[in-house]
Ligand binder design. Structure first.
Ligand code: COA
Length: 274
């Protein structure tokens, strides 16, 4: 098993599901430079850990993540431009690229406060479920800044234009129910059932075919930036790769078992393919 001991996060892998917990509850899990280093390293190890089929990201205590660490990043690094740039790049990379194109499905489980830079964590994850009473906010304008780094792009990617402008310009907080209404997350549930609900969702994904889920993510995410022609060419090539990697299992076992009348893919997964 890879080394999953870190200063600022906890990583637990069980039943195919890895849970990565931001673990600075006294600082509302603000993203310090060390937290960025730890998460980037953990994601690299989880990427190649066959025991981790699905990744859940959450926070310890009453916060999911209070955004960038306003003290350790913005203040303490202000006279060290090289280190400021290094952490900025790392911070942008793991949320904006590593998470978004992670080969395994990712779920943000938003248990509490979620501010500023944490929006990019939520956006980078494939799925997001929050507690009804979680508090979201694009608070940057409240301290005279704006959604910088990866955050503006996250808003443009996933929020409706009117909501992005309303919440970024006012800094007005909103709860988990509202986050679901505006499509920033999939849905919200009572805080008391959040963990069980997300555990069930993660377990459902962990039973699916990993290669098919990776291709699902890649097909969707790459198509967002492609012309129709490029997307058709890409998905055709990707289908060939998937088929080759799995020795044509989607036909022989997947479609084959259906044609033998052994299961109905419209209603259930083929357990021979997980
Ligand atoms: N960066 C650094 N430290 C932070 C932080 C952040 N983003 N958010 C919270 N903390 C620290 C506080 O400074 C405080 O530290 P201290 O105990 O050493 O003084 C501790 O976390 C608890 O914060 P506090 O404000 O007392 O907790 P709260 O539960 O009453 O409120 C928040 C929580 C998240 C609403 C509030 O801390 C806040 O507004 N934080 C800033 C959030 C933000 O604007 N993030 C955007 C960054 S891009």
């Amino acid at each position: 098993m890879p080394d999953y001991s870190f200063d600022t996060i906890l990583v637990d892998v069980e039943g195919g599901v890895a849970t990565l917990t931001f673990n600075r509850p006294a600082k509302r899990n603000a993203m310090s430079p060390q937290l960025h280093r730890d998460v980037a390293t953990a994601l690299e190890r989880l990427r190649y850990d066959p025991a981790a089929k699905v990744i859940v990201l959450t926070g310890a205590g009453k916060a999911f993540c209070a955004g960038m660490d306003l003290k350790e990043f913005f203040t303490e690094l202000k006279d060290d431009p090289a280190e400021y740039d290094r952490i900025f790049r790392l911070a942008t990379e793991w949320r904006g690229r590593t998470l978004r194109y992670f080969p395994k499905p990712t779920i943000a489980m938003i248990n509490g406060f979620c501010f500023g830079g944490a929006f990019s964590i939520v956006e980078g994850c494939d799925l997001a479920v929050a507690a009804d009473d979680a508090i979201f906010g694009l608070s940057e304008v409240n301290f005279g800044l704006f959604p910088g780094g990866a955050v503006s792009k996250s808003l443009a990617n996933i929020m409706r234009p009117r909501d992005a402008m309303l919440y970024a310009l006012t800094g007005r907080p909103f709860d988990g129910k509202r986050a679901a209404e505006i499509g920033f997350i999939n849905y919200s549930v009572p805080a008391a059932t959040l963990q069980d609900d997300v555990r069930a969702l993660a377990a459902e994904l962990a039973q699916k075919n990993g290669e098919a889920m990776t291709a699902t993510k890649e097909g969707y995410r790459h198509s967002l930036d492609m012309t129709w022609e490029a997307s058709m060419a890409y998905t055709q090539a990707r289908e060939g790769l998937l088929s080759k990697n799995q020795n044509d299992a989607f036909r022989t076992t997947g479609i084959g078992d259906f044609l033998k009348g052994q299961y109905r893919p419209g209603l259930e997964s083929n357990s021979n393919l997980s």
